[in-house]
Write a protein of this length. Structure first.
Length: 579
């Protein structure tokens, strides 16, 4: 790789020339209290900070940004904080997925339009990791990802609580009359005890782990709890390291290969990852260029050979991310997976993945299992195809009841979330545990934004009978903290005319996970008749970002990126000349 000189720094194009434009740049920097000693011959590092008052997972970022700045200054760089869109998973409606690409666009344009040489990306909550990385990949500058870290384990009356997973568990207990309203309120105040993202193996932990497996983080960074002092030191090291990356000209283009993303798939399968991993990782790989692009078939191939070895809920039975960290964390788990990884893949450390794993050790072999004693013999996810999902759909077999891995049952169809919710709360609903609940019109276009509605609630009638799981099918997503026999990401989605739109209540559906098959037991002739009677639905938006979203969003199997953003690394940074 080429070594940068002070004169070749991108920021020097703003500050170095003896002309009127650069006079303006320098004078305005001096207006902020900076002087030539701050920028002359020094890399300018953008710290893209997704902190906000309503960003629950990133509450500690107000301090961490100062830690990152300290590291940049220690290494001889010039740090500048650039705030970006905060996507609080638990508070944004209808879904942060609607705005992932907005964060990606904002990140890319912040980096392109400012005098920036390298970047530290501060994220962690579900869509912030892929959003930031998507934008930074397209900008093409050296960058390092700083994960928010998981929160501490929840605790109620001596019982360990996990984000999301126990929410659903105790909500069903409340619906069934097993706990009181007061106890429910106590759980509410006991489940999220510190700064940081979900401490189950939800989408947040999945995506920060994937970021590390791709090589975007410092070794071991994704496992450190948000409130641990090691997290503070890691933040400062991110600042120091990115300055080195600038001088080394360690850009995404010079670092990434298909191996980087294949490693991420392997690690995701072993983690017991969120189903959301597929959408985000596909999008990230396609932003990195055709030579890096992966697809659903790559996930399914990995799922056949990589077992789940992280005993973390919801796929695991007991442990949470705090336990995972104490057991050795991501480095230890990848050490166990060495034979499944491509160890020559380069990382932001400037070293290979294999180098980063030297000395990794597992301290608790029940939390991080050996390959010959996994918690699930195959990978966390499986990709199904058939006439109901010609372009694929996804299930997390490691987190569902085994009886539903091969099942045929009658469909019970809902066209929208409110009608589904009303029906499942009706104790007189005509439903059995053999039924397959279908919720449609909830995909990228239909949701809008593909909300996390895919873990349809078990009908109250069945909850009171003690039913804990049943098959559910949707073109929506579900939270990584969720569990159950949920088949998601059906593509094409119903809203644009996918075959899911043609299903009627009472139709028989066959699911065969070992054979990777999903089939609507209706003849092609009948489906053709139904399609002839189907009318296209209107776009969801008439103006603004939503208007753009609805016209350019791609389907789940393509990563839900915007069609106009999906390129190779694009023009060299700074091109065209307006930058």
């Amino acid at each position: 790789m080429n070594k940068k000189t002070p004169e070749s720094l991108r920021s020097a194009r703003w500050f170095a020339p003896d002309d009127v434009r650069s006079f303006g740049h320098r004078s305005r920097a001096m207006q902020l209290g900076y002087g030539p000693e701050d920028w002359v011959g020094k890399p300018v590092v953008a710290i893209i900070n997704t902190w906000s008052d309503i960003g629950t997972c990133h509450g500690h970022f107000k301090q961490r940004v100062e830690d990152v700045k300290r590291g940049v200054l220690q290494a001889g760089g010039f740090p500048l904080e650039l705030p970006a869109l905060s996507l609080s998973e638990s508070l944004v409606k209808p879904t942060t997925m609607l705005y992932r690409n907005m964060l990606a666009m904002e990140t890319e344009e912040l980096l392109r339009s400012h005098p920036i040489d390298g970047a530290v990306l501060m994220g962690g909550c579900d869509k912030t990791t892929p959003g930031l990385i998507l934008g930074a990949l397209s900008a093409g500058l050296p960058f390092i990802y700083m994960p928010a870290g998981p929160m501490l384990s929840g605790n109620w009356k001596g019982q360990v609580l996990g984000s999301g997973s126990d929410t659903w568990k105790y909500w069903d207990d409340r619906r069934a009359g097993k706990i009181t309203t007061q106890q429910w309120i106590e759980v509410e105040g006991s489940i999220a005890r510190s700064h940081g993202h979900c401490m189950t193996m939800g989408t947040a932990s999945t995506m920060t782990g994937i970021a590390e497996a791709c090589g975007f983080t410092l070794p071991g960074a994704s496992s450190i709890p948000a409130v641990d002092s090691n997290h503070i030191r890691m933040a400062a090291e991110c600042g120091r390291r990115v300055v080195g990356m600038v001088w080394e000209d360690l850009t995404p283009a010079s670092m990434l290969s298909r191996a980087s993303f294949e490693n991420a798939i392997t690690v995701a399968m072993a983690m017991g990852c969120s189903t959301n991993a597929i959408i985000h990782l596909v999008a990230m790989s396609r932003r990195a260029g055709a030579h890096c692009a992966i697809g659903l078939e790559d996930f399914d191939k990995a799922s056949r050979k990589v077992p789940v070895i992280a005993n973390i809920r919801p796929s695991g039975s007991t442990y949470l991310m705090e336990d995972f960290y104490y057991a050795g964390g991501m480095r230890a788990m990848m050490g166990v997976l060495k034979d499944h990884l491509q160890l020559d893949a380069l990382t932001v450390s400037g070293k290979t993945l294999g180098d980063n794993l030297q000395g990794a050790e597992v301290y608790n072999h029940d939390v991080i299992r050996p390959l010959d004693n996994p918690i699930y013999a195959e990978g966390a996810l499986a990709v199904l195809r058939g006439n109901l999902a010609p372009d694929g759909c996804v299930i997390k077999p490691s987190a569902c009841a085994p009886r539903y891995l091969q099942h045929t049952g009658p469909a019970l169809v809902f066209d929208d979330y409110p009608s589904m919710k009303a029906a499942t709360d009706d104790e007189n609903l005509d439903v059995t545990a053999d039924h397959i609940l279908v919720l449609r019109n909830c995909g990228p276009q239909g949701g809008p934004g593909m909300p996390e509605w895919g873990m349809l609630p078990i009908p109250l009638k069945l909850v009171k009978q003690g039913v804990k799981d049943m098959l559910r099918i949707s073109d929506a997503r579900m939270s990584g903290t969720s569990y159950g026999a949920c088949i998601l990401h059906v593509a094409p989605e119903a809203y644009i005319g996918g075959n899911l739109a043609l299903v009627k209540t009472g139709d028989m559906i066959t699911v065969d996970v070992p054979m990777r098959r999903i089939h609507l037991e209706v003849s092609d002739e009948v489906l053709a008749e139904r399609r002839a009677g189907w009318s296209p639905l209107p776009k969801r938006f008439e103006r603004g970002y939503g208007w753009m979203f609805s016209r350019h969003i791609m389907q789940a199997d393509q990563g839900c990126d915007f069609d106009f953003l999906e390129t190779s690394f694009g023009a060299p940074v700074g091109e065209p000349d307006i930058y």
